[in-house]
Write a protein that binds this ligand. Structure first.
Ligand SMILES: [Cu+2]
Length: 152
């Protein structure tokens, strides 16, 4: 059995597709500032009583020159460090990272099990957002970062 879709039905389908598309965009926030694209940044909501948590997201450098990421700090933590999780002979440990050079056109990704930003002495995480400061060689970018449960 087949039937043709009339114009009205077609419009409804189109609107539905747009709604889904908008939902996806709002689920993966992307902020472009000074030639850098910040994607999907979030601070993991710490478990009750915990003083440490982590933040994840990515930064793409759309400039024609390298961007030197010096540090990332958060107003909702006393201190933060960029870390890399490394596994050597079955033992998992974390290494503190210094500056990270993001080549022209390249991205750096902070994700669970790899690079991450460690937040120590967390405070005020009952809020929905925390101001993050991304410090580069010649500039700083401040972004409101959402505080989320860790995705499943
Ligand atoms: Cu760490």
């Amino acid at each position: 059995m087949s039937r043709t879709i009339n114009d009205n039905e077609f419009m409804n389908h189109k609107n539905l597709v747009c709604a889904i598309f908008l939902l996806l965009i709002s689920c993966s926030p992307k902020v472009r500032q000074a030639g850098l694209i910040f994607r999907d940044w979030y601070v993991v909501k710490p478990t009750v009583g915990a003083t440490m948590t982590a933040a994840y997201g990515s930064i793409e450098n759309t400039l024609a020159t390298p961007a030197l990421l010096k540090s990332i700090t958060f107003d909702c933590a006393v201190a933060s460090e960029m870390h890399e999780t490394v596994e050597t002979q079955g033992r998992v440990s974390m290494q503190k990272l210094g500056e990270i050079a993001i080549a022209a056109g390249a991205s750096v990704k902070f994700e669970p099990g790899h690079k991450h930003v460690m937040l120590m002495g967390v405070r005020g995480l009952e809020e929905k957002q925390c101001l993050g400061h991304f410090i580069f060689g010649a500039q700083a970018v401040a972004l409101e970062i959402s505080i989320n449960e860790r995705p499943q």
